[in-house]
Design a binder for this molecule. Structure first.
Ligand code: SF4
Length: 296
């Protein structure tokens, strides 16, 4: 086999929120040489290690008050109000890198929660339980929001009450639409008032816009290498889109995960990734495929 053509997807890589958080951290590291991120700054081990070498350390909530210097970074996912209170009590300065899209969503949920309290409504969040962004969203409701991971969990919602439905920013639009319909059906079947059901598709455009683009990209190539951290929610969603469009799609975290056998009889390879995948890593992987596996 000779001359594999490798293309990197031009829309893959860090989204606006992640770029903003990493740039802020790097500026701070240039000044002080050390900084603590509350949770991994991005769901990508390779990038987390690169930044660790520059002095960015990941800490958990239990250690907020113990850091020295007394400064922590809040990543793009955001945090619930309790985190800000804990930091304030411990005299810790916060560098807040909550993505503006997430911040807006937190504010919307907070307002909806106030309305829900007045009408005995219920806040439902379509998202992954205990995911950092979801924790931040649930925190806007004094912990009272119900988190639904999939349609099988709809039974948990009391549809006789007004329902306010939101989504974690990185879920799939199809999943949200399916959930919206099932809740609407359940309200109708139980004789409830559909006018009291408010569904807000709050999926980030940086994620939903990439899906159709990635499907076209995946169809164009014999083999697709999708690069992402395993913990990345949008990585899972976007990889599934690639896999549906092209069954020869493979999920890798780093170059070592690549199996040369994937490229047998292959002429073109597409390299793409999640909103948490660094461009430099995709470039490194593309280069390796082009040089090492061409003669396989
Ligand atoms: S995916 Fe969207 S909401 Fe999430 S950090 Fe990126 S830009 Fe912000």
């Amino acid at each position: 086999m000779n001359g594999i053509e490798v293309e990197i997807d031009n829309l893959s890589g860090f989204c606006y929120g992640v770029i903003r958080a990493i740039e802020t951290a790097e500026k701070e590291l240039e000044k002080n040489g050390i900084l603590f991120s509350l949770g991994e700054i991005v769901h990508n081990n390779v990038e987390v290690n690169r930044l660790k070498n520059k002095g960015l350390y990941t800490i958990s909530h239990e250690n907020i008050g113990k850091v020295e210097p007394k400064k922590i970074l809040i990543r793009a996912h955001g945090e619930p109000p309790e985190t800000y209170e804990t930091a304030q009590k411990s005299g810790i300065e916060i560098i807040d890198c909550t993505c503006p899209v997430v911040l807006k969503l937190q504010e919307r949920i907070k307002r909806a929660y106030e309305e829900a309290k007045r009408c005995d409504g219920v806040i439902v969040i379509f998202g992954k339980k205990r995911h950092a962004e979801v924790n931040g969203l649930v925190g806007q409701t004094e912990g009272n929001a119900i988190v639904i991971e999939n349609v099988d969990e709809v039974a948990q919602i009391d549809c006789s009450r007004p329902v306010f439905l939101f989504s974690q920013t990185t879920k799939s639009s199809e999943g949200f639409e399916e959930l919206r319909k099932i809740i609407a059906d359940k309200i109708e079947q139980s004789g409830g008032d559909l006018a009291m059901f408010k569904a807000y598709n709050t999926i980030c455009r940086q994620v939903s816009g990439r899906k159709p683009h990635l499907e076209n990209f995946a169809r164009k190539h014999d083999v697709v290498i999708f690069v992402s951290g395993k913990q990345s929610s949008n990585g899972k969603v976007l990889y599934q889109s690639c896999k549906n469009a092209n069954p020869n799609s493979y999920f890798v975290e780093q170059a070592d995960d690549i199996n040369p056998e994937w490229f047998a009889d292959c002429k073109t390879v597409g390299v793409c990734g999640a909103t948490s995948t660094p461009k430099w890593l995709m470039e490194e992987i593309a280069e390796q495929i082009g040089s090492e596996f061409t003669e396989f």
